[in-house]
Design a protein around this ligand. Structure first.
Ligand code: NAP
Length: 558
């Protein structure tokens, strides 16, 4: 590929759900934009995470873009919880439907983004040798997009097939007749293990920490219910906006778990367990589950009891039973026969907390107790979440510190969408925003709309630079920290806390004050003249900012 140069109003990094919507929205407002994407196709997390069993645990009708009524009506989901192939087809459908590909450059990884104060431009360099400049940068780089591979001695010596779930091959992988090892028991492994177990001759799961999980009871989509959802879309969407997690259809928790009688509490937990309503159904049973350890333990014990009742071998059940961590403080996975899989003869579980992995060998791996041999080894070891992709690029201001230096003690931002000292850079669902603690797709839409409205506002005012003040940022970081500390979130060694990455600062990264509160605050800040932000301009090249195009978005077919 030949290197390109070019100047745009906006460079968007990433062509996942965030980047695609950003491009759509920017075009709609008449801005020129180029999207740079490392993958060979659109889809972001759904492009990379093709492992067997990958599925969304938010109901498909709610895990769909809301912004276009036509789009909603043209697409029909086949399952209650969409599988990765169908979600990727949906995202490709969106890209084609709105003719987005012509402004996306694939197979192009951004290596640096540098802001120049004099020119008021970001210079964006890629691994293909391209050099683009733009007044604004929208980082649509995803929260879980930088896979984490443990630094095991000998990993490079392994001679079998080695996979990371977050970089799964495009061609089908068949484990039939193979001895397979899986490291990790997070949400990803919990989806993958039951599927691989059905194929493999033998599957060995290496578990460091037992995890809670609840059944998804996935089923074919209920077309009647989906039609009703669409017919009442505005009301459902309004409910989602006024909810904590950007979802509708879940009753708000009313009372403390300690207030209900044990029999009633158990009945209620059973109802939610059987509903297949996923994480949100279970964690919205009582209002104090995520703040009161005693209340939390009642829900945790309910799930522990389920594990004991499902897993036949008491020693395996004991090993699979999570202890010393509140339920919901790590992301609560949703599964399809996860615990049942340990009743299969061809599945074994190895506790690597008591006997840690010492090294990977040519044929498998060795723990402190013994050696194992595999034809294939799967790392389901997660991601350098929320900050990984942003810090993998050399983001800096020519005259100032790098983003990595600015975030040396953990990410700092204002509202999770902009960073003091880094003007004109928007971080879609960045650390400090509700993002991963809510329905991601609505979080993405809200952030994209906020960012593009902001750029549009600057243009209308003859301005071309915006950045949060240090004070506003400090206040926000402090507020987000205080909110998290009123909950049980900091108690788990989760990726929310950066605890899964050796040496990463221990900070609860998402904002956990709820979507309704956050969304309203974002709106108030705008209504208050972008409170907490400093704006200026026009700078030298401001005149180059594109005049709105007349018909930037293709007309929708009637
Ligand atoms: P994860 O939750 O971080 O889990 C990683 C697993 O690997 C954990 O069991 C972890 O053990 C283990 N591990 C990590 N480093 C290790 C090491 N050095 N040695 C041994 N074990 C190690 O990652 P994930 O399962 O990929 O999930 C990440 C997130 O993706 C989820 O929380 C969720 O938000 C998202 N996701 C969503 C869906 C969905 O929508 N249904 C599905 C999959 C994933 P420890 O627990 O001891 O650290």
């Amino acid at each position: 590929m030949s290197a390109e140069t070019g100047q745009f109003d906006v460079i968007v990094v990433g062509a996942g759900l965030s980047g695609l919507y950003a491009l759509y929205r920017l075009r709609e407002r008449g801005f020129t934009a180029r999207v740079l994407e490392a993958g060979s196709g659109v889809g972001g997390t759904w492009y990379w995470n093709r492992y067997p069993g990958a599925r969304c645990d938010v109901e498909s009708v709610q895990y769909s873009y809301s912004f276009s009524k036509e789009l909603r009506q043209e697409w029909t989901w086949s399952e209650r919880y969409g599988g990765q192939p169908e979600i990727l087809r949906y995202i490709n459908f969106v890209a084609d439907r709105f003719d987005l590909r012509r402004d996306i450059q694939f197979n192009t990884r951004v290596v640096s983004a540098v802001f120049n104060d004099e020119t008021n431009l970001w210079s964006v360099e890629t691994d293909q040798g391209d050099l683009f400049s733009a007044t604004y940068c929208i980082m649509a780089t995803g929260c879980l997009s930088t896979p984490y591979e443990p630094d095991y001695p000998g990993l490079g010596d392994y001679q079998g097939d080695l996979y990371h779930t977050g970089r799964w091959p495009h061609e089908e992988v068949d484990f039939s007749g193979m001895r397979v090892g899986v490291i990790g028991t997070g949400a990803t492994a919990i989806q993958l293990i039951p599927v691989v177990a059905k194929q493999a001759q033998h599957l060995t799961v290496f578990q460091r920490t037992a995890n809670y999980s609840i059944p998804g009871h996935n089923q074919p989509a209920d077309s009647e219910a989906d039609r009703e959802f669409e017919a009442n879309f505005d009301a459902r969407y309004d409910k989602a906006r006024h909810s904590f997690a950007g979802m509708s259809g879940y009753s708000s928790p009313r009372v403390s778990a300690l207030e209900d009688e044990p029999a009633e509490r158990n009945r209620y937990f059973e109802e939610r367990w059987a509903s297949g309503g996923g994480t949100f159904a279970m964690l919205t049973t009582y209002r104090d589950l995520l703040v009161n350890p005693e209340a939390n333990d009642l829900a945790a014990e309910f799930v522990r009891e389920k594990i004991r009742s499902i897993v036949k071998d008491p020693a395996v059940a004991e090993l699979l039973t999570p202890r010393n961590q509140p339920i919901g403080a790590k992301r609560l996975p949703v599964d399809t026969f996860y615990f049942e899989t340990y009743n299969r003869d061809n599945v074994s579980l190895v506790d690597i907390r008591s006997a840690p992995i010492e090294r990977v060998t040519a044929k498998g791996l060795r723990t402190s107790e013994r050696a194992y041999e595999f034809d294939a080894l799967i790392l389901a070891t997660g991601f350098d979440a929320m900050t990984g992709a942003l810090l993998a690029m050399n983001v800096r201001r020519e005259s100032g510190p790098t983003l990595k230096e600015a975030w040396a003690e953990g990410p700092k931002s204002y509202l999770g969408i902009m960073v003091a000292g880094f003007p004109n850079m928007f971080t879609i669902t960045g650390p400090g925003s509700p993002s991963v603690k809510m329905n991601m797709i609505y979080a993405i839409e809200q952030h994209v709309e906020w960012a593009v409205d902001c750029i549009d506002h600057l243009r209308s005012q003859g301005l071309d630079r915006i950045a949060p003040t240090e004070t506003a940022q400090e206040d926000w970081v402090e507020h987000a920290r205080e909110v998290a500390e009123t909950t049980l979130m900091p108690e788990a060694d989760s990726w929310y806390m950066g605890a899964n990455i050796p040496g990463k600062p221990r900070v609860f990264m998402p904002y956990f004050g709820g979507f309704e509160r956050y969304w309203q605050l974002c709106n108030e800040i705008v209504a208050d003249g972008y409170r907490g932000f400093e704006t200026s301009g026009p700078h030298d090249l401001a005149a180059n900012l594109t005049e709105p195009r007349k018909d930037p978005v293709p007309a929708l077919p009637s």
